[in-house]
Design a binder for this molecule. Structure first.
Ligand code: KG4
Ligand code: ZN
Length: 344
């Protein structure tokens, strides 16, 4: 394999990711998660995440270099997520990347986390190339965004994003109110399998006709979460048992429906026959199934990278860095900071 040898560092949320690629070939993808430390709080605690990155960074770096069988001085470039994400968490990765770049004289590239999720697609080993343009639906505990990607390096447009909670966050919060452990997404998914998705109809946020003008591609999940909370409360007040499986199935259906309705509307409106999925919520069985069904019906090609590349990881950042190097882009001046709201 050829192409530049690039190390990628990702610390935007609770995963410390260090990946190494050569061009579009994945050499190492080491991930250390602080998820367990956040469990008792029911969500990611920023300072806890930042401290965990500091602890995990050096071991993850060494493990990635060992896995790839390369040394620091062989690297052609280093890429790091500079945003968006949790400020303190980002700073640990940016600081580590700058230190490495300075110490070894390696060019450093600051990259966008969301675009990194799209970049992950080039690492698929099924031999198929990422075709552009594509619509990208990126859904995790930290973000819910719809992108129009015409060029991976310099033509990515944010079509819409959540105006309140991320979809994964909604899964985690609803799981909590149903008494399921953190992270709630996989739990809801498991429980929902035994429920009837049509038993309770929960609201689809921002899909009213008036919303489809101003917020056509934006998402909102806090109203849905509240609707579930109210429903459960009412049932408990009435002294009835909460049908957890039906609530989970109805909630999961509402989330999946909104996500894919908006993603496919973007494909249709913009005439883009391709949809790429990314982020931890892609693990959701109903999201995947509905994506398959709706894309097939609409004649849209569906791209779903393997889950290890969908959740936050360093390899996707390295892959994006390699694209920048291959295209002859100049490295970032070393004075860049961590930008929690970095635009695409
Ligand atoms: O991309 P990811 O690993 O990173 C962060 O956002 O940090 O996504 C984690 C999120 C969590 O909110 C988790 O509950 C959700 O993805 N998630 C799921 C499933 N698996 C993980 N949500 C729904 N269904 C799942 N099967
Ligand atoms: Zn992410």
């Amino acid at each position: 394999a050829d192409g530049p040898l690039v190390l990628g560092i990702e610390t935007s949320c609770d995963e410390t990711g260090v990946g190494i690629v050569r061009g579009t070939t994945l050499l190492a993808n080491v991930i250390s998660s602080s998820m367990d430390e956040h469990a008792r709080y029911g969500g990611v605690v920023p300072e806890v995440a930042a401290r965990a990155h500091l602890d995990a960074m050096q071991p993850a770096l060494e493990a990635a270099l060992a896995e790839a069988g390369v040394t620091l001085d062989e690297l052609d470039a280093i890429a790091v997520t500079s945003g968006p994400g949790l400020a303190g968490a980002l700073m640990v990765g940016v600081g580590a990347a700058k230190a490495l770049a300075l110490a070894t004289g390696t060019p450093l590239y600051a990259v966008n986390h969301l675009v990194g999720h799209v970049g992950a697609d080039v690492l698929r080993d099924d031999g198929s190339d990422l075709e552009l343009p594509t619509i990208a639906l990126l859904v995790s505990g930290g973000h819910t965004s719809l992108l129009h990607v015409r060029d991976l390096v310099d033509d990515v447009e944010l079509l819409g994003e959540t105006i309140d909670d991320a979809a994964g966050e909604a899964f985690d919060k609803v799981a909590r109110l149903l008494g399921l452990p953190y992270p709630g997404g996989p739990q809801i998914d498991r429980v929902a399998a035994d429920g009837d998705p049509a038993a309770i109809r929960f609201p689809r946020g921002l899909t009213l006709p008036k919303d489809l003008v101003r917020h056509r591609y934006d998402f909102s999940f806090s109203g849905l979460k509240t609707a579930v909370a109210r429903w459960v409360e009412r049932r408990r007040d009435e002294g009835g048992a909460v049908p957890v499986a039906d609530v989970a199935a109805g909630f999961r259906e509402a989330v999946a429906d909104v996500l894919l309705t908006k993603a496919l509307a973007a494909c249709a409106d913009l005439g883009v026959p391709r949809l790429l999925l990314g982020g931890g919520v892609v693990a959701n069985a109903r999201v995947r199934q509905l994506a398959l069904e709706r894309c097939a019906a609409a004649g849209v090609e569906l791209r779903v990278p393997p889950l290890s590349l969908c959740t936050d990881n360093g390899a996707m950042i390295a892959a994006l860095g390699a694209q920048l190097v291959s295209r002859g882009h100049a490295p970032s001046p070393l004075d860049f900071g961590a930008d929690s709201t970095l635009p695409v």
